[in-house]
Structure formats: C-alpha cells, structure tokens
Design a protein around this ligand. Structure first.
Ligand code: NAD
Length: 320
C-alpha cells in the first residue's frame, strides 16, 4: 500500500504549524511537504516550499514532484480580514478551494479543508445548532465557507473526490501570537491580563461562543483523515464542539490566577456583528457517531494550559 504523503498549504499559520508538526511525528518528516505563502520560518525542520493556492500549476508541480496523496488546504482569509477585503477572501477561500478540488480530481488525492462555525448565520438556531439546519451566513467569510462546503460535496458526488471537512469552532493555542479573528479576544486577554492585570474586550460580556483547545482540533483532523472513506457520511462538513464561554466567564477563570485582574468592555461593532451571527453551542453528534469524535480538553483545563503557556512566553520575553 502507498504510504500517505501530505501537501499542507497554509502550513505556517495558526493551525498549520501545529498540524504539520503532528503529521511529521506520526507519518515521518519526509512524508509532509509544508507550503508557505510568502515566507518559511528559518527554524522549520523538514520539506518546505513557497507557493500560492491561487497558482494551480505551481501546486500541481509539487503534487507530481513529491508524489502527494493528500492535500490539506488551510490557506484562508479569516473572519475579520474577509470583511476588510471581501474580494481577496472570495479568491483565496473559494477559488483556492476549487483549485484544490480540481487537483484532487485530476491526481486522485484525498482532501482536507476546514469550514467554520462562521458558516451559520443569524437565522440558524443558536443553541445546540444541528448538523443540518438553516444556513444563511451574512459575512463574506461565512459565505465562502458555506459555498466551499457545497463545492466539496459536489466534487464527492460527481467525481468521487474523497474530501473531508470539519466546522472548527474558535481555536485556542498559546504557541502562535493572537491575530484579528472574532474569537481571538480569548487569546489577547491572557497577554493583557498577565502583563497589565487589565483587558479591554471588543465583545459584549455575554457573547457566548463555541471554542476548543487546539490539540483537540488537531486530533479531530488526524482522526477524520484516518477514518475509512465509507464511514464519512457527511461530505459538506461535520459540526465539531468542545465547550462555549462568554468574555465574562473567561475573565472570572483568569481571576483565579490573578485576583486583581479586571476586564472592561469597548464594543467593536464590526466584530460584535460577526459574533452575534454565530451559534452559541453546537450539536456534534454526527461526528461522534460516524467516526468516534470526542474532545479531551474542557474549559477549565484549556484556561489553565493557556495561562501557564502564555505566562512562560511573557517571562521569556522579559528576560531579553
Ligand atoms: N483559527 C481558528 O480559530 C479557525 C476556526 C475555524 C476555521 N478555521 C479555518 O482553518 C483554516 C486555517 O486557519 P488558521 O487559523 O491557521 O489561519 P491563519 O491565517 O493562521 O493561516 C492561514 C495561512 O494561509 C496562508 N495563505 C494565505 N493565502 C494563501 C495563498 N494564496 N496560498 C497559500 N497560502 C496562503 C497564510 O500565509 C497563512 O499562513 C482556515 O480555513 C480557517 O478558515 C480556523
């Protein structure tokens, strides 16, 4: 049997940097080709190349050169950037996915591409959001994710492309710096709390959003990729869930480590509007039934890992 060989596009982003490391550990360093868009970190160990998902000839050449069997396409504009540059988001998120699926069809590749809870819109039931429900996203990011999910299913139904996808919730890790996403406040808050004992939150105190510790998202990704094709019953994208919290609840958890910590709220209307269009809790029973998904980390454990990880990073920065 041919050994799996992975092409990871967007390999040096938040998810890619962790997923690539785990794939190398499981399958071997030579089985993973990491694709960076414009730069490759100097300390990266393994096969790494620069290419764009918007240049399919370039990606096809890599597929042939490295005899790739699975493409993992993580290249994306996230929620906030997609509202700032909707044309760029449409191209990278949707045309980039179409390029991936066309290559998978031509070279008989397995595909993993993440969707998001952003796929749901204001008309979706907010609690215990079902797998199949009203899905009318109002953001460019959500729109590209919904169209992308349907495109994945279309390539599966029409040409048998073995594509697998997960609707990730907000992902928390301490290894990569926080960015501008809608759920990124839940990373910034640790930095500001540890440095200043203060945090000004861009979301309302009662904004309840689904979140997950990064290691669980990586384990789910490895697991769905490793599952027999016949067990993958959903070819749009699976709901995936661990826990939800509000900024107020997170601040109370942080207070257990820093009793003097205080949070204030200065609502950013753009981010709040995006958050208000997303669900609060998710029904992921299909993923549990079909391929045995189960999260390992709960809210408390995630907060304590995030707190100690970010504290160490800040202490190290202060040494210089
Ligand atoms: N991080 C989360 O909380 C989260 C939640 C839900 C879904 N997702 C999805 O997971 C995927 C990865 O997200 P992430 O958080 O790692 O994002 P990220 O922004 O950290 O990484 C994306 C990477 O894609 C690269 N990229 C951008 N344009 C490219 C192009 N044209 N060609 C090749 N590479 C390009 C960027 O350089 C970046 O390294 C995305 O599809 C995102 O929508 C992420």
């Amino acid at each position: 049997m041919k050994k799996e060989k992975f092409l990871v596009i967007g390999a040096f982003g938040q998810i890619g940097s962790e997923l690539t490391a785990v794939l190398k550990r499981i399958y071997g360093e030579n089985q993973v080709v990491a694709v960076g868009h414009t730069t490759i970190p100097e300390d990266y160990q393994g096969i790494a190349v620069k290419a764009s998902i918007l240049n399919p000839e370039e990606i096809a050449a890599l597929v042939k050169k490295f005899q790739i069997t699975t493409i993992i396409n993580l290249a994306s504009f996230l929620s906030v950037k997609s509202e700032i540059d909707p044309d760029g988001a449409f191209a990278t998120n949707l045309l980039g996915l179409k390029n991936t699926l066309d290559l998978a069809k031509e070279f008989h590749l397995k595909v993993f591409w993440p969707s998001s809870i952003a796929v749901f819109g204001p008309t979706t039931p907010k609690n215990n959001t079902p797998q199949s429900t009203i899905i009318e996203p109002t953001t460019m990011y959500g729109l590209t994710k919904r169209a992308g999910e349907l495109l994945c299913q279309y390539y599966f139904l029409k040409w048998g492309v073995d594509v697998r996808s997960l609707r990730y919730p907000g992902l928390l890790d301490y290894k990569t710096p926080p960015s501008q996403g809608t759920t990124e406040y839940a990373k910034w808050i640790f930095y500001e709390a540890i440095k200043k004992n203060l945090y000004q939150c861009p979301l309302r105190e009662d904004t309840n959003l689904p979140m997950m510790y990064m290691e669980d998202a990586i384990l789910a990704t490895i697991k769905i990729l490793d599952t027999q094709a016949k067990k993958i019953k959903i070819r749009t994208s699976y709901n995936l869930y661990a826990f939800s919290f509000t900024p107020k609840q997170l601040a109370l958890k942080i207070k257990k480590f820093l009793p003097d910590f205080s949070i204030s709220y200065k609502i950013n209307p753009q981010i709040q509007t995006i958050a208000d269009s997303w669900p609060q809790t998710i029904d992921d029973s299909k993923a549990r039934e079909d391929w045995g998904w189960q999260p390992k980390y709960d809210f408390d454990e995630t907060v304590s890992i995030m707190f100690s990880g970010i504290k160490k990073i800040i202490e190290k920065q202060n040494e210089y």
